[in-house]
Design a protein around this ligand. Structure first.
Ligand code: NAD
Length: 280
């Protein structure tokens, strides 16, 4: 079994970005907006700020109270849309219930939508002609590439059909010529379908969602889940200890997909900067 080391792969990607930025004198700028005080969101935002500092980016953080109105939030996004120092705008999800996430995502200028959550970006990912990569799924693809895991012609099963993970993950694997099945909470025979997977990606958000009896001997197991356990620690969806005995490759949580998501966000921000400044 090979333990997929997302930290190292993400570090290599950030190092490449940081040296390009330093050598060429680039100043990509990322604005991160957080609304409310969800502890998980706070951790993600802090990690994104740290990655910006590491890569030599300019970054701004806007922390709005949970009571902020949709109007206020969209006014801030419009100000950032017009700000030349800012190449990428990211609004950390989830947002408080009184704010319409879709309206907020769509308010971000397409050239600055580095999370690639807008309808237009999602559509481009489906067609396979996109500038901004969907961060988490692209991070998974980068891990597969780094470990020389061939997906062409293989059976890939994804558990989860969210717009930010499951669906774009299916598209990227399909573009890489895998035969893709997407499972979800209503799927019948989940165990059997998962057992047919050469590559199994779990994006459910539940501890223990993937048990060893769902995994084929020698499968590649990618755990996207990040769940806070009753022990206060972070856990994936996969029963890691049991599944690692069957998998050929497996990602840990933490230290698997999570760091890759942030590294791809940095890559998208650098792309946005070059495109906004007409650099080839
Ligand atoms: P989501 O809640 O939007 O989607 C969960 C999906 O799982 C749904 O499509 C649902 O149908 C499916 N599901 C739920 N219960 C199921 C069951 N019992 N059997 C089969 N399918 C089931 O979540 P999301 O935003 O896609 O995130 C999924 C997980 O990935 C979460 O733990 C989240 O924290 C994590 N995540 C990690 C990263 C990262 O960088 N590693 C990025 C985004 C999300």
């Amino acid at each position: 079994m090979v333990l997929i080391d997302g930290k190292t792969v993400a570090q290599a990607l950030k190092d490449r970005i940081a040296s390009e930025v330093r050598e060429r004198g680039y100043t990509p700028g990322l604005a991160v907006i957080i609304v409310g005080d969800d502890p998980a969101s706070r951790v993600y935002v802090n990690n994104k700020k740290k990655a910006c500092a590491y890569c030599g980016f300019y970054s701004e953080e806007y922390a709005l109270p949970a009571s902020a109105s949709q109007q206020e939030l969209i006014a801030l996004i419009e100000k950032l849309n017009a700000d030349e120092r800012i190449d990428g705008i990211l609004c950390q999800l989830p947002l408080p219930a009184h704010i319409d996430e879709k309206a907020v995502i769509e308010a971000i200028a397409p050239a600055k939508d580095v999370d690639a959550f807008s309808e237009a970006d999602v559509g481009k990912v489906m067609i396979g002609n996109y500038t901004f990569s969907p961060c988490t799924p692209a991070g998974v693809m980068e891990l597969l590439r780094y470990y020389d895991i061939d997906v062409s012609g293989k059976s890939a099963v994804i558990i989860g059909r969210s717009n930010i993970v499951g669906k774009p993950m299916a598209m990227l694997l399909l573009h890489a010529d895998a035969t893709v099945t997407v499972c979800h909470s209503k799927t019948e025979n989940l165990r059997e379908i998962c057992r047919s997977a050469d590559i199994l990606v779990s994006a459910v958000g539940k501890i223990g969602a993937v048990t060893a009896d769902m995994v084929k001997e020698g499968a590649v197991v990618i755990d996207v889940g990040i769940n806070r356990g009753s022990d206060g620690k972070l856990h994936g969806d996969v029963d890691f200890e049991a599944v690692k005995e069957k998998a050929s490759y497996i990602t840990p949580v933490p230290g698997g997909v999570g760091p890759m998501t942030i590294a791809v966000l940095m890559q998208n921000t650098l792309k946005a900067y070059k495109s906004n400044k007409n650099i080839n």
